[in-house]
Design a protein around this ligand. Structure first.
Ligand SMILES: Cc1cc2nc3c(=O)[nH]c(=O)nc-3n(C[C@H](O)[C@H](O)[C@H](O)COP(=O)(O)O)c2cc1C
Length: 318
């Protein structure tokens, strides 16, 4: 058992959040993560809408707490989304990649917690001032869109400065990673990539196969796919992806219509060599399909065991 103030405040067994991942996290994954003892999220972004969310939320058994993850610049373009999110009654809303300030009061008025991912020390302090209930430090080891600073420098700087619970994200994919983050000052971990190949993931089989074959920490941080698809991600949030034929071909060349056509076809055909496969630096630890609840238990019970083993190796005293 590992209890932190996050487990007390959020009434979850383990201080583990399965991160919102667009195209991966729906109601089934959120429910399964909670069965395993963590908190799951449903991810909403430019590829889905409030109706989709309502449908996914219905698959979560009544009484099971879950979060909804939003993307700040997407919410700015369609502010009505927030009411649709509030209607499905999540226990937590995360709004990342932009300011949360316009939303804190309204979310709190509905008795819902608000959290945000931050990529720099200044962003962490600003989020705290804006009134979030937890700050997630997202290191650039993370899969999907992220900043440019690694987890440890930002986490170390914010420990002791953030009064609300602090979570660590980016590259955490093993019990050792969980134990290190908690020992380093985080109140909880926010894990994405490790759940990508779970049975409850929404990803197509072809992409899951590619993830399980990656066998590496080699990923690329790039805005290539956003540029080729004309998705208005701010340039300060590149995406961490697996290298593939498309990146080999277009990374260092001006994009042409041929690139857009190739990419669209790749997405339509769910071809992992031509579409973006977002994944974090911990992707090499994902080798086979697993149930999400088993992943939660493996990470958290494994962290306890690891901790106890390591303790016997240290002598701490005067
Ligand atoms: C495939 C994928 C999609 C993601 N989509 C979102 C998203 O929609 N919203 C969000 O806030 N974060 C998103 N993220 C980032 C995660 O919330 C989290 O920061 C990241 O997964 C943590 O790093 P890890 O993948 O190394 O565990 C995504 C990550 C991945 C891997």
């Amino acid at each position: 058992m590992i209890a932190t103030r996050l487990t007390h405040e959020w009434t979850v067994r383990y201080p583990l959040v399965c991160a919102p991942m667009l195209g991966v996290s729906g109601g089934k994954l959120a429910a399964a993560v909670h069965r395993g003892g963590g908190l799951g999220f449903i991810a909403v972004g430019p590829i889905n809408d409030g109706d989709w969310l309502a449908h996914e939320a219905q698959t979560v058994p009544t009484g099971t707490p879950f979060g909804v993850g939003l993307i700040a610049w997407d919410l700015l373009r369609r502010p009505e989304l927030l009411d649709q999110v509030i209607r499905v009654q999540p226990s937590v809303i995360s709004i990342s990649f932009g300011s949360v300030a316009p939303y804190v009061k309204k979310i709190h008025e509905h008795g819902i917690r608000i959290v945000t991912q931050v990529n720099t020390v200044d962003e962490g302090l600003k989020a705290q001032d804006e009134g979030v209930d937890a700050v997630v430090v997202q290191g650039c080891e993370a899969g999907g869109h992220t900043g440019r600073a690694p987890l440890w420098p930002v986490l170390q700087a914010l420990v002791g400065q953030i009064e609300v619970p602090l979570l660590a994200a980016g590259g955490i994919a093993t019990p050792q990673g969980v134990a290190a983050a908690l020992m380093g000052g985080a109140d909880g971990v926010w894990v994405g990539t490790r759940f990508m190949a779970s049975y409850e993931s929404l990803l197509p089989e072809s992409v899951i196969h590619r993830i399980c074959q990656a066998g590496t920490t080699t990923t690329i941080l790039t805005s290539l796919f956003d540029n080729a698809l004309n998705v208005p991600w701010p340039a300060r949030y590149p995406g961490r992806v697996l290298p593939n034929i498309f990146t080999d071909q277009w990374l260092n060349r001006p994009l042409t219509d041929q690139a857009s056509t190739q990419l669209q076809e790749g997405i339509t055909n769910k071809d992992p060599e031509l579409m973006p496969v977002y994944a974090g630096m911990g992707v090499g630890f994902v080798t086979h399909r697993e149930r999400a609840a088993d992943i939660v238990r493996d990470l958290m019970e494994g962290a306890c065991t690891w901790w106890k083993t390591r303790q016997t190796l240290f002598t701490v005293g005067e």
